[in-house]
Write a protein that binds this ligand. Structure first.
Ligand SMILES: [Zn+2]
Ligand SMILES: [Zn+2]
Ligand SMILES: [Zn+2]
Length: 251
């Protein structure tokens, strides 16, 4: 199983429009972060976790030619607004793409993409099959475990697939969810910046959570322009790293 991080930036991306800070002007490609999403390849099947605003660009950059399912963490714009670009996959695969998520997240998708849910479906619209999930489920034989996490005032999902887990927008991890994260080889976890934020872990909070979870390797994602890649990555404890766009991780 291979996970490629298609985007490791926060909702506004890095560089942030109009900003001339050192990170936004940096020539280090690891300081250029598209909106957050992960691409998982298992044999000849592929699935995405979230389809952000940059989905089309990411699919071109990383050569995504097939899409068997999407797992949604939540319905914030930086995680769903790429859905219109499902159309070529619908046309090539001649079927809707199964989209999994909490019922409230799927309901928001139905509202945001109202035009894609007409009475009678037309081939020029993105075609999603919305499948609400509560507990563990399986997609083409792959067992998937939803992991509830807190994101500000929302309860949203992260996902565990085998010994890898992806928890992007997190401000707290409920006690019961720590139990779902035992024995991981790979954890991808959100870490926004150093300054506290109501909806996201700081780097320091993410380090504390990562150390408690104790995955063999942890990579941080969903970073804003306050974090320079090299400087931040160097400051992290062993086994914890800053991810960057295009990073591929195998389990
Ligand atoms: Zn986000
Ligand atoms: Zn900046
Ligand atoms: Zn969010």
């Amino acid at each position: 199983m291979k996970m490629t991080l298609l985007g490791t930036g926060t909702s506004m991306g890095v560089p942030m429009l109009g900003c001339s800070c050192a990170v936004c002007l940096s020539s280090d490609p690891r300081n250029r972060r598209l909106r957050p999403s992960a691409w998982i390849e298992v044999g000849d099947r592929t699935l995405l976790i979230d389809t952000g605003i940059d989905f089309r660009q990411q699919a071109l950059r990383y050569g995504i030619r097939r899409l068997d399912a999407i797992l949604f963490t939540h319905s914030h714009a930086d995680h769903i607004l790429g859905l219109d670009d499902l159309r070529p996959f619908n046309q090539m695969q001649k079927q809707p793409v199964p989209c999994y998520g909490r019922e409230d997240c799927l309901q928001e998708i139905r509202i945001t993409f109202r035009y894609a849910f007409p009475e009678k479906h037309s081939h020029d619209l993105p075609h999603m099959q919305l499948i609400p999930v509560e507990g563990p489920f399986s997609v083409f034989g792959l067992d998937i475990l939803p992991v509830p996490v807190v994101h500000g005032s929302l309860s949203i999902l992260g996902y565990r697939l085998g010994s890898m887990a992806y928890l992007t927008d997190v401000s707290a991890i409920p006690e019961e969810s720590f139990a779902l994260l035992e024995g991981l080889s790979l954890l991808v976890l959100g870490a926004l910046r150093h300054k506290p934020h109501r909806k996201h872990f700081t780097v320091e909070q993410a380090v504390a959570a990562a150390q408690r979870i104790g995955a063999r390797e942890t990579y941080f994602t969903h970073m804003c322009h306050h974090l320079d890649h090299q400087e931040t990555d160097r400051s992290l404890p062993p086994g914890i790293h800053l991810a960057y766009d295009g990073l591929s991780l195998e389990v």
